[in-house]
Design a protein around this ligand. Structure first.
Ligand code: A2R
Length: 319
């Protein structure tokens, strides 16, 4: 299978490349932004900005993939409040450019558009765990752009008979994730405290929110299974099926840490409109692919903490 991963220099891309190459024996081409660093042995890496339609068309025509994974995005909820127009440009206009480029091909590759569990927004108690046909009430700008991506994907699939799968990924975590995301943020702070790089105070936002966390390695395995077994035109939740509170995550990190840590609420870490619970109903994914998450949450948290210990130990962030 000839695969193209767009936006591969981010957190998920590196894991997806390895999984597709090693486990699926796929022939992988990956794209990065020109300013991004991404070098992987035996993988063809191309520069691509999805805001440049012509470059997108040329990339697709040059690679002629059987399957395209669209990961390129502005993927931070926090940043979407600060840069709403940029978020809309990349997540909506960028996706439209890709859909148009695929439409212009003289064959029909399979396209997986990676959206988010955030698209559902504020759920009613009876809607939890949330299934794919639940009404979308996005509660932040990032979520709205991903809901829009899903709708555009469905419209293109129906109108032009394109082979598109629409995925709603819930929170995924693992070593190497940027500290803009909560698990990585808390583990980085804990590792900095252990090394004496910051006072023994871990700053947190809203601890009562409950989210559905999955190890990124389980997530990319779900994407690969969906690429093979998913039904065209369908939306699939990818998550663990169990929400845990941010407080539980924090408690786990504090119990793993070698330092005495004081937890302090930081107003700057509070989101303008936070959603209390997001939890996935993953029965459709399981039914169509047989996927099960296998990596327990505490193991992933421990690995992320160790990642930051190693990173700081190797001189990362030294000034
Ligand atoms: O913003 P950067 O410099 O981190 O680059 C991101 C890249 N990207 C773009 N690629 C091509 N053309 C653009 N105009 C463009 N703008 C941003 O997409 C980054 O390298 C990549 C997305 O990776 P992450 O932000 O690390 O997201 P992650 O965690 O890998 O999630 C993959 C997908 C995203 O669609 C998320 O919204 C979804 O899964 O949950």
């Amino acid at each position: 299978m000839r695969v193209l991963i767009i936006g591969a220099a981010g957190f998920v891309g590196r894991y997806l490349i390895n999984y597709l190459r090693d486990e699926m024996r796929a022939f992988v081409t990956a794209t990065r932004l020109p300013r991004e660093a991404l070098e992987i042995p035996d993988i063809r890496i191309l520069d691509l900005n999805i805001l440049q339609p012509q470059a997108l068309c040329e990339t697709l025509q040059a690679v002629r993939p059987d399957c395209i994974f669209h990961l390129a995005a502005q993927s931070s909820v926090a940043l979407s409040w600060e840069k709403p127009a940029l978020t809309a440009d990349i997540n909506i206009k960028g996706t439209l450019n890709l859909l148009e480029a695929v439409r212009q091909l003289n064959y029909r590759p399979r396209l997986l558009l990676i959206g988010s569990g955030e698209e559902y927004g504020r759920l009613k108690p009876e809607e939890i765990p949330v299934s794919e046909d639940t009404v979308l009430r996005p509660g932040n700008i990032y979520a709205a752009t991903k809901a829009c991506q899903n709708m555009l994907g469905k419209i293109y699939a129906d109108a032009y008979q394109l082979d598109i799968l629409l995925i709603r990924a819930f929170n995924h975590i693992g070593p190497g994730q940027a500290p803009a995301f909560v698990v990585s943020d808390f583990c980085r702070q804990a590792a900095r405290i252990e090394r004496g790089l910051q006072e023994p105070v871990l700053r947190v936002g809203n601890l009562s929110s409950r989210r559905d966390f999955t190890d990124v390695r389980d997530v990319v395995r779900a994407y690969a299974l969906l690429a093979v077994h998913g039904k065209s035109g369908e939306t699939y939740n990818v998550g663990s099926g169990h929400a845990v509170s941010i407080r539980q995550i924090l408690d786990c990190i504090c119990s793993l840490s070698r330092a005495e840590i004081e937890v302090r609420t930081d107003e700057k870490r509070m989101r303008p409109a936070d959603i209390p619970v997001i939890e996935a109903d993953i029965s459709k994914l399981q039914q169509d692919t047989g996927w099960q998450p296998v990596i327990p949450l505490p193991s992933t948290i421990e690995e992320v903490l160790q990642y930051w210990r190693d990173y700081l130990g190797n001189g990362g962030e030294s000034v």
